[in-house]
Design a protein around this ligand. Structure first.
Ligand code: NAD
Length: 248
């Protein structure tokens, strides 16, 4: 595979896009550290990978906690000897409402997980990637890292922040052999959308020129490509996987 002998960490890998990324990495020969706050889902991802002949193990970690991110990297290196790839994917949707009424605690939680969580991850992954002689970071942004979306100020701000953070890492560590890119999915069929009613889903579908939502596996293919040497000259970029959403 294109990732044979590589060690990869995926956060938020108990579900949805993160699980699909972990499976894609494993399929390409990587040893995968599956991480999440959800133990049951994380262990299920490991089982799916092992049943398919891959190598993975689970570490529980809350990306909103700096110490958990530090421990995650330590335990990954302890288990597999190094760290080469990190996909910082864990994220939540957060409350819905106009900015002038947006719940403060909702804002704080979304920023803590979706933005600070990605920073904490990179903060502790980068030294390990440098130790390994270089590596790859793929941060999960969103189409909402490029455009606004009414009633989602915290999510939109966090995802724009992820895109900026990713550019900075690229500038600071290109010479150290680290590539960092951001991926921007449009609306994807995952449990993240589980609280939406049919009317909302149909409205969302109508906003995608593709005429449908995306699948987690379609996002995973892009993350996988960015994580391999095939993308050796791709750095500091934002890549959409959005069924044409941003082309409008
Ligand atoms: P999901 O809810 O299926 O999976 C998210 C995972 O993150 C869950 O397993 C959850 O337990 C985990 N998680 C939540 N908070 C965490 C924390 N503090 N620490 C560790 N893990 C935590 O959602 P998904 O759709 O697969 O979303 C994955 C990423 O993709 C998110 O960053 C999301 O913002 C982004 N994204 C999703 C969509 C979409 O439409 N589904 C679109 C664009 C971007």
């Amino acid at each position: 595979g294109t990732l044979t002998d590589k060690v990869a960490v995926v956060t938020g890998a108990a579900s949805g896009i993160g699980r699909a990324v972990a499976q894609a990495y494993a399929r390409e020969g990587a040893k995968v550290v599956v991480s999440d706050i959800s133990v049951g889902g994380g262990e299920e991802t490991v089982k799916l990978i092992k049943d398919a002949g891959g190598d993975a193990f689970f570490i529980v970690a809350d990306t909103a906690k700096p110490d958990d991110n530090e421990r995650l990297v330590e335990q990954a290196v302890e288990q597999y000897g190094a760290l080469h790839i990190a996909c910082n994917n864990a994220g939540i949707g957060g409350p819905s409402g106009p900015t002038g009424e947006y719940p403060i605690e909702g804002w704080d939680k979304v920023i803590a997980i979706n933005l600070s969580g990605v920073f904490y991850g990179c903060r502790y992954q980068i030294p390990a990637l440098l130790q390994a002689g270089g590596g790859v970071i793929v941060n999960m942004a969103s189409i909402l890292g490029q455009v606004g979306f009414a009633n989602s100020a915290a999510y939109v701000a966090a995802k724009h922040g992820v895109v900026g953070l990713t550019k900075n890492i690229a500038l600071e560590y290109a010479a150290g052999g680290i590539r960092a890119n951001a991926v921007g999915p449009a609306f994807i069929n995952t449990p993240l959308l589980k609280d939406m009613d049919d009317d909302t889903i149909n409205w969302l579908v109508s906003k995608h020129p593709a005429g449908r939502l995306g699948e987690a596996s379609e996002v995973a293919e892009l993350v996988l490509w960015l994580s391999t040497d095939k993308a050796s000259f791709v750095n500091g970029a934002y890549y959409a996987v959005d069924g044409g959403y941003l082309a409008q």
